[in-house]
Write a protein that binds this ligand. Sequence first.
Ligand SMILES: CC(C)(COP(=O)(O)OP(=O)(O)OC[C@H]1O[C@@H](n2cnc3c(N)ncnc32)[C@H](O)[C@@H]1OP(=O)(O)O)[C@@H](O)C(=O)NCCC(=O)NCCS
Length: 291
Amino acid sequence: MSEKQATDVTLRAGRSEDVETCGSICYEPFKAIADQHNFTPDFPSAEVASGLIGSLLGRGDIYNVVAEVDGRVVGSNFLWENGVIAGVGPITIDPAAQNVAVGRRLMEDVLRRARERGIAGVRLCQAAYHNRSLALYTNLGFDTREPLSNLQGPAVEQEIPGYAVRSANEEDVDACNRLCLKIHGHDRGPELLEAIRQESATVVEHGGRTTGYTTMIGFFGHTVGESNEDLKALVGAAESFPGPGFLLPTRNSEMLRWCLEQGLRIVQPMTLMSLGLYNEPRGAFMPSVLY
Ligand SMILES: CC(C)(COP(=O)(O)OP(=O)(O)OC[C@H]1O[C@@H](n2cnc3c(N)ncnc32)[C@H](O)[C@@H]1OP(=O)(O)O)[C@@H](O)C(=O)NCCC(=O)NCCS
């Protein structure tokens, strides 16, 4: 599509009747690009992708935008705007409509939304083998922050002496938010509270203090800890790693080596990118696929 054709794209809010189309558009391009590179797709089926899209379209704290060309839905994008920092994704374009600036339009729209809301920074995780998304995000101003390794495997079932892991409850929120603030320069309170209510969050205590927490050791969960021992304790206590697995900054070699020693496998390389506010983390961390 030429520049002129790209302007034929109409953007609008998603509707409940878009779920199936957007779900299959979410599944197909991820599968296509993963197949091309011999990786496992992020979504195992169109039904799983539709389930996610359906739940995102229904949420008040997630902005959505759908792209149409000639009255046909060709893509969608989301902005998770429930914190100081917003997360982008999933963004997906029908393979037949790719590489003609629809993705750029959908990205520019969520970035406009973030600006209008006064959001301090926007983050995303990108499949490192996908040249086009890396180029697009970089052209839009995103900086590469961390190479990530997506890890998956059987439960580690390993306790770290002196580091006790237990389920998080609402009384842990303040201590966890303080920890996140110390490490990232901002908290992720709403996300943490949601995870506590869904009973997926755990905390680790060491020396009588909360020294780490996770909303879930999995694709959609984030984790912070004062040290790698905190991360090890949280990973070691997780019963499974939902979705394609969890994301570990690859430059954290000590932690990556430990995970590999526990039998975990690298599923795919990814890249954490950010635009706007980004504080170099002052502690151990594992981002969610959204940041
Ligand atoms: C990634 C995706 C959303 C991009 O949407 P798209 O409509 O295909 O992309 P666009 O045409 O808007 O933009 C592509 C950009 O990459 C550039 N590009 C493409 N291949 C490139 C390469 N190998 N090297 C350098 N630049 C490249 C294009 O020039 C364009 O940049 P520009 O807009 O700054 O000129 C889409 O391809 C997709 O759905 N992919 C599969 C799912 C996925 O990976 N989603 C993203 C998850 S993070």
